[in-house]
Ligand binder design. Structure first.
Ligand code: G6P
Length: 319
């Protein structure tokens, strides 16, 4: 019986990447992979607001009250935290990359490794004169967002110090990914046992994790340090596992605000989200002029359970 079995269908072998108008007329990119997975990326913030599997199921949580009104950051999806994670510095929370309009990078330097994905977008952020007043460093931040044949979403950041005054700069960083989950009480995060973490709810007290898997019964806000390259987020309610593979990003932030009021989250949103953030926080990155840094995350799902079973109608895909 095929009911409930997700059988991705190749609707169209063409690669899809198009710019369309999103909410409030903001430009967004839509990436579509031939088997049906898709992603949406706003140029505002280089913000991934949607990532769907081949069955059209949304894998990210967007705040139910999210607003798309610059200069406010978009709540949910995948905000980019740069050049400052959270309040680890003098800037507003998470720095300014998430509330700047990025540009399409029409001539990115070649990637050292060959990517299987042909469905991607290259974006770039450079500081404005106003940005230089609050963070006096010139940089080029290149971001490639790619959708692979298995629906995996890869984000690769390449940041270069382009200061002409000979000065190094230092930054912290995170891919602040809001995963959509059936219910937070059904979620286990694996891969963090025996690691130290800084507990933001206890003034960044350093604690050693004892549990095999992290579960959630109340607010959690922690920075796990020197974490492995692979972290798993198991959602027993959906029989879905998110697999996070990261590179150049030693730390992993776990956040669920529980019932605490958070801007642009609905009162029940916390039940359906968990933030697991590939990050560089404890040891800030320092770049000398001309130096590059690279940090990436690839996120995918293990289809441990069938999804809808029916190929998506073309009108939903827009093909
Ligand atoms: O409200 P935001 O600035 O988007 O930050 C949302 C959250 O981001 C991270 O996960 C931090 O660890 C949290 O302390 C913070 O509350």
């Amino acid at each position: 019986m095929l009911f409930g079995v997700c059988v991705p269908t190749i609707h169209n072998v063409k690669v899809h990447a198009e710019v369309v108008k999103g909410i409030n007329g903001l430009d967004k990119f839509v990436l579509r992979e031939a088997r049906g997975s898709s992603a949406e990326i706003y140029l505002y913030g280089a913000h991934v607001t949607s990532w769907k599997n081949a069955c059209g199921e949304e894998l990210l949580l967007l705040g139910s009250k999210a607003i798309f009104e610059p200069p406010k950051p978009i709540r949910g999806g995948i905000p980019i935290c740069f050049p400052q994670f959270s309040n680890h510095g003098p800037l507003d929370s998470h720095g300014f990359a998430r509330n700047r309009v990025w540009s399409i990078d029409s001539n990115p330097p070649p990637f050292p490794t060959s990517s299987a994905s042909k469905t991607f977008v290259d974006l770039i952020l450079k500081p404005s004169e106003d940005d230089l007043k609050i963070w006096p460093n010139r940089f080029e931040f290149r971001l490639r967002i790619a959708l692979g044949p298995g629906g995996e979403l890869t984000m690769t950041s390449r940041i270069r110090n382009t200061n002409t005054d000979g000065k190094p700069f230092t930054f912290t960083f995170a891919y602040h990914t809001y995963y959509s989950v059936s219910n937070i009480s059904e979620v286990r995060v694996e891969g963090l046992k025996t690691l130290n973490y800084l507990d933001n709810l206890q003034n960044e007290t350093r604690i050693t994790e004892q549990r095999n898997a992290i579960t959630f019964q109340s607010e959690v806000d922690r920075i796990y340090l020197s974490t492995p390259t692979n972290i798993s987020v198991l959602d027993n309610g959906k029989n879905r596992t998110y697999v996070i593979h990261k590179d150049g990003l030693p730390d992993t932030v776990l956040w669920n605000p529980w019932a605490k009021a958070v801007a642009d989250l609905g009162v029940d949103d916390y039940k359906h989200m968990v933030c697991v953030e590939a990050a560089a926080v404890e040891k800030p990155i320092t770049l000398n002029p001309g130096e590059d840094w690279r940090g990436s995350q690839e996120i995918s799902t293990v289809p441990s359970s069938p999804c809808s079973g029916l190929p998506l109608p073309r009108k939903v895909l827009g093909n």
